[in-house]
Ligand binder design. Sequence first.
Ligand code: GLC
Length: 726
Amino acid sequence: MQFFRSNTGVEKVSFGQMIETETVMDKTFAEVEPFDLKGRFLEIDNQLTWTFDLHDLDVVYGLGQNIRGMNKRGYVYESFCTDDPNHTPDKKALYGAHNFLVVKGVDTWGMYIDFPGHVSYDVGFNHSDELTVNVKETHFDIYFFRGAITDIITTFRKMIGKSYVPPKWAFGYQQSRWSYEDHDSVMAIADRFDEEDIPCDAIYLDIDYMEDYKDFTISDIRFPNFNNFVQTLKERGFKLIPIIDAGVKIEPGYDVYEQGIEKDYFVNDHEGHPFVAAVWPGKVHFPDFLNAKARMWFGDFYHKMLDMGIEGFWNDMNEPAIFYSEKRLKEAIEFVKQQEGKNLDINTFFKLKDKILNLSNSVKDYKSMYHKLDGQIVNHYDVHNLFGYNMTRSAAEGFKRYNPNKRFFMLTRSSHIGMAKHSGIWTGDNHSWWEHLKLNIQMMPGLNMAGFLYSGADTGGFGGNVSPDLLVRWTQFSVFTPLLRNHSAMGTRRQEPWEVGAQAKIALRNAIRMRYALIPYLYSEFMKANLNATMLFSPIAFAYEDKHSQKVEDQLLFGDSLMLTPIYEQNATGRVVYLPEKMLYWDMSSFEKITDKPFKLFEQGHHYIDMPMDAFGAFLRPNKLMVVTNPQNRVSKIDSCHLTVIGYVENQATYELYDDDGISFDFMNDHISSTRITVTNVQGQYQISVDTNALDLKSLTFYLIDDSGECQVITQNLEQVELRRV
Ligand code: GLC
């Protein structure tokens, strides 16, 4: 056991890592004398169990993408990337493995376990006053953090590297469905968005665009002239986002398969032959993404599609999902045959059922797969959670080789800590259930803690049939999530905004238009959270210490200025909210209504807020501002010359508006546009000052509300205010 400390004061205990991961980028750790360890640990059967005491008032935040509430206390969780589409409350793991948590209480502390295999957490489930962590191996690093919760998160996020930044168009609305399977169906979707005057920036291509589900192929029957098609849509302002799956179809003559075999780049079985699993294309091999050469080889295949004009992808089934393996299927069939003609007792019947039901994603299969890393053979089970990570890293590194200064769009399903520097994530195959809207709301802070800022759920739900009100309410929440994508599964009710009735269509159009109005604020807050390693979505307890705030599980702080109070219940026409201080409610049902001054002040405390189906809103914190603009149908059309500023200003409020070219990494060299707006309320008279280097900024219209609720509208031509162009 070795002890280390970084120059930010983080303590690390190393039991020696099995393989080199790139999860921790901080190289400032130096070996130090042994220090006192938190908690108690025990090594039994080559596993390590670590127990920490929990105080009654301790709240446990983190574990990234997982089920249940923001406070993880009271249940058991696992880090083991899992393709399980039924995210019911009895489950313990989803698609990501994010071993970072913070205990907030009398003694606030944080912990990150850098281990890519199976880790489980009992957060006060068996013993309400204990947090017990079990690591299924003894080779790993564990990090301990101390300080205020937001400082711990920032330190951790800086340690794992800057989060992924997508192109700016990715903040627009995105429409997906499994599947828009051919040229005509995609065109019909694009046309309909324009006809209905609903903003949209991207349309997804699910597995049916491929030829027999083979990665990096395009079906010429369904997409006869793909390059022209991509170009035509691009000229209209729509980006196409094709899916890439982890399994490579076994088919002689198919280049990815042939080359993978020739170069020995596939994951092997215990006999040293490529492991055979089955996914969409039937039998497949998995590229050995943990091997640097294989990663580079696979990453270069993305270039083929970039050459066709594609600017982004979604990587899927990369836990990796396995429908069945040859071996497991054979065993199951033999077992079934043996039962033929028998009068089955109940135990044998259940065994038979389980044999079939448990064919997919079997741990036995993961234990039968092997990676080849520079001569070292590593069992997949021990590094399972790094598989999807490295598939996405392969794409991200491929993009860098293709064009180092262009921001490509990348979304992926399976993830692990550290992967946030390469990609955004969506939260996988949820359902059209109200419970999953709530889960989406509650998951956002955990994702941000783990570094995933560009994220969101399948809005409306992937599985099942969406009801009009669920789609509206979900969209009204997703208006705030950086990824705003409506996606649904084959065989379910269509859920494009015009598919669920006329009334819902109007509410959806208004909500999506509001999203485009919010982009100056959303993009600024996203980029600041990125550059400063801070949270975009926080539980309100991160900013307010009063005892009510510590318990709130269904409201979120969004950036520096807003508090969200989404509706997540069927038939609700309003909800109770808790305001930790006096705040201003903005009814956001339609951007145009802003001229009616739809603002109302509410005192600190609990309130019932009316929000009929077509209405939603957010609360502005006192002495904070937010900046919005006139909505347009594409992000690229957004007006950055004439902006609107809203604020509840008791005395003084300042806002830093961030912008950049939206397509390159030049922002890293300070090529950014920054506007600092300060509003001072001097006895009902507002003094406004603006410092900006944004040469295109021409006017700002202010909606300023004072402590009595009085709203003044002031339009400033920037030449008339105290303006310093930096
Ligand atoms: C997986 C993905 C889903 C996709 C489907 C078909 O279930 O999570 O988003 O639509 O596969 O490719």
